[in-house]
Design a protein around this ligand. Structure first.
Ligand code: IVH
Length: 670
């Protein structure tokens, strides 16, 4: 493609993508499928890579991330980010209203109510309509510059568009992880045997501080804007500023309301007390702001917070009920989770019968006894949790709960891995929920995508002794399926066709499907791309696994162990015989030169211009080798920032040449 053609195409694609983004995020509508959208984005990414001179710094491709920030710069806020004074009581709210009335000396005033979003506050700076900086609250005076990560949040406009956009302004808002995204993330973690995150807010906070913005993009954060600051906005009320934000394409929660007096504020609070559970994010109260900006100026600030606003916090909804028993669930990885079986009780809009108890330590910490009356709370967590015991009601003669020592499903003695809170059932191949779990994992959409197979069918297939491992699926015959409840000629044929079609699934999905602990979809993709074939992954030493991009100690160990287990070896052999793909079809990177002359490199730390993965690729394409650990035989240690001191010491001791990114570029020039 000629440059002028590329330029026009980049502009056309940018406009198209922005249009679809707007539809999706501002109007909740779609005109094209996700797949079509991703294709447009991929096309733009490819063109921008080929013609970087035409890449706009605020291109929608920024949303995909890819920037690696080693350390977030601390920057000063132009306007300090104050907190709000809090209250839990109606009286204190009425006192606040009294103070406002008094300070305004008889002038009429109105309030503007919004929900208090439970996320992480963010300051967004715009210059000439472009998002130039995203900063966390920090200590209120200085925060962390997390711009690259903020740019991946799809409903934060990279360009503010609309009428009268001032040359410079700042928007405050709350970045959050929607409930469904949080559940999804936890499901994915559970799926690969990682511990689940406890709540969405802390996860959001951790996500915003991740070094690789591509990972942030995958986490699907959102943002609600609730405050506009600037010298020349020409606005008179907070309400106007909220409407302005909406018109400039910021995402504003439609739950706000202007209230004429404190009575209306109290009604608003009551209205949302339970209804807020239906919202897509966690909220923990209501923020009440004096609407007139002039009156806000009159009221001013205390050292910590504005006098014109207050946060009313809902009490964490809690209730006491009887602990009837404790049951234990066994997951795909064999991890055992205790569950409190409760006397059903109505709490915050739903009947609660069960609550998570996390692990044995939590039961001991709460000193639980069967028959106790326990406090159950619905807080930031979606699943209710037990927070304490009502001691006065403790039944006489009760004894502390003794944690089970045998698997409730198969009777095998449980084990505990050092450093982990959970107990595990080690009976991988004989414990029913582990077997069913592995098959459910294998057939899921992101894996082999056999959608005609549901949980019920899997259970039946297992009960009838037809399927004990994923490989058994490929031996199923029509006669077998006709033995299943509700199965007829047609449904049996459909299922067999689904199984047959899964043979086309690419290697990276197969590698994910076989269910190696900690190997999620992204890791499977990385391994498949790096090693190309299952034989190479299986034969890799721990060292060689560690040399693959983004593979750490924990994953390297589980992958290594998996392929040394005779049971896994048999399973892989059978899946291979069934015709599944065990070889990557992705193209080999073309060799560019031999300038590095078979020299070996260890890459460590974070780099200014390149991601580690990029450096690896450059080395491999130019005749070098990449190793993971420093030894006497190593030629170069390519050192970035934040490299562990022990690596440097070892290299120095062994006389290995330590080179910087710049030195490497010189080497590449030959
Ligand atoms: S207004 C000058 N509105 O609550 C005060 N804050 O305790 C500007 N928050 O750090 C804040 N929802 O992170 C405002 N609708 C809302 C909010 C909100 C959540 C958070 C914000 C702030 C904290 C104050």
């Amino acid at each position: 493609m000629k440059p002028e053609q590329a330029k026009a195409e980049i502009e056309k694609l940018t406009e198209k993508i922005n249009h679809h983004n707007d539809l999706y995020y501002q109007q909740n509508r779609t005109e094209i499928s996700d797949l079509e959208f991703d294709k447009l984005l991929e096309k733009l990414i490819a063109l921008e890579e080929e013609f970087p001179q035409f890449k706009d710094s605020h291109s929608p491709t920024q949303r995909v991330g890819g920037t690696v920030t080693k350390e977030f710069a601390t920057v000063y806020h132009k306007y300090p980010m104050l907190s709000l004074s809090n209250t839990y009581s109606q009286e204190e709210l009425e006192d606040f209203d009294g103070r406002v009335a008094k300070a305004l000396d008889g002038e009429a005033y109105e309030y503007f109510c919004e929900l208090k979003f439970d996320g992480v506050s963010i300051s967004l700076t715009y210059e000439n309509g472009l998002l130039t900086r995203g900063v966390t609250r920090g200590d209120g005076v200085r925060g962390d510059d997390v711009t690259a990560n903020v740019m991946t949040v799809r409903n934060i406009p990279l360009k503010a568009k609309g009428k009268n956009v001032p040359p410079a302004f700042e928007v405050r808002g709350e970045v959050f992880m929607p409930k469904h995204a949080f559940q999804q993330l936890n499901k994915e973690r559970e799926d690969i045997g990682e511990e689940k995150y406890a709540n969405a807010r802390n996860t959001t906070s951790g996500t915003l501080k991740m070094q690789n913005s591509a990972e942030v993009a995958r986490r699907k954060l959102d943002c609600f804007a609730y405050y506009l600051l600037g010298d020349e906005t020409g606005l008179k009320t907070h309400e106007e500023s909220i409407h302005k934000l909406e018109s400039w394409r910021f995402n504003v929660s439609p739950t706000y309301k202007k209230c004429k007096n404190i009575q209306e504020v109290l009604e608003y609070i009551q209205h949302w007390e339970n209804k807020r559970q239906e919202l897509p994010l966690e909220t923990d109260g209501v923020v009440i702001k004096v609407n007139s900006l002039e009156q806000q100026r009159q009221l001013g600030f205390t050292a910590k917070s504005p006098r014109w606003a207050i946060a009313y916090k809902y009490k964490a909804q809690s209730i006491s009920t009887r602990l009837n028993g404790i049951t234990y669930q066994v997951g795909r990885t064999g991890a055992v989770t205790p569950v409190a079986e409760l006397e059903p009780v109505f709490l915050a809009g739903t009947t609660v019968k069960r609550a998570s108890l996390h692990n044995a330590n939590e039961i001991a910490r709460l000193d639980l006894r069967i028959g106790d009356y326990v406090y159950v709370e619905k807080g930031g967590e979606i699943i209710p949790k037990v927070t304490g015991v009502e001691m006065e009601k403790r039944p006489k003669g009760s004894a502390p709960v003794v944690y089970i020592d045998k698997c409730p499903e198969c009777g095998t003695k449980l084990v505990r891995v050092e450093g982990e809170a959970a107990f595990y059932c080690p009976n991988l191949d004989g414990c029913p929920p582990q077997i069913r779990g592995r098959i459910e994992h294998f057939i899921q959409r992101k894996a082999m995508d056999i959608d005609s197979l549901g949980e019920k069918t899997i259970e039946q297939l297992h009960l009838l002794g037809l399927v004990k491992s994923p490989a058994d699926l490929y031996d199923l015959k029509k006669e077998d399926l006709l033995r299943l409840e509700g199965f007829k000629e047609k449904s049996a044929q459909n299922l067999l066709a689904g199984i047959d079609k899964s043979r086309e699934v690419p290697f990276e999905s197969v590698l994910f499907a076989i269910g190696i602990r900690y190997v999620g979809k992204t890791v499977a993709e990385k391994l498949a791309r790096y090693f190309k074939t299952i034989e190479k992954v299986a034969a890799a030493s721990k060292e060689e696994l560690l040399a693959a991009p983004e593979i750490g100690e924990k994953i390297a160990q589980t992958v290594f162990d998996y392929f040394r287990n005779p049971e896994s070896q048999r399973e892989i052999a059978r899946l291979k015989a069934a015709g599944l793909h065990f070889e990557s079809t992705a193209k080999e990177p073309e060799k560019e030169s031999d300038v590095l002359g078979n020299k070996s490199f260890v890459i460590s730390g974070v780099f200014e211009k390149y991601e580690r993965e990029e450096l690896q690729e450059i080395i491999l394409k130019n005749g070098g080798r990449v190793l993971s650990s420093v030894s006497g035989k190593l030629d170069y240690l390519l050192a970035g920032d934040n490299m562990g001191p022990s690596k440097r010491e070892k290299a120095e001791k062994l006389g290995v040449t330590i080179i910087s990114e710049l030195d490497f570029e010189k080497l590449m020039k030959g």
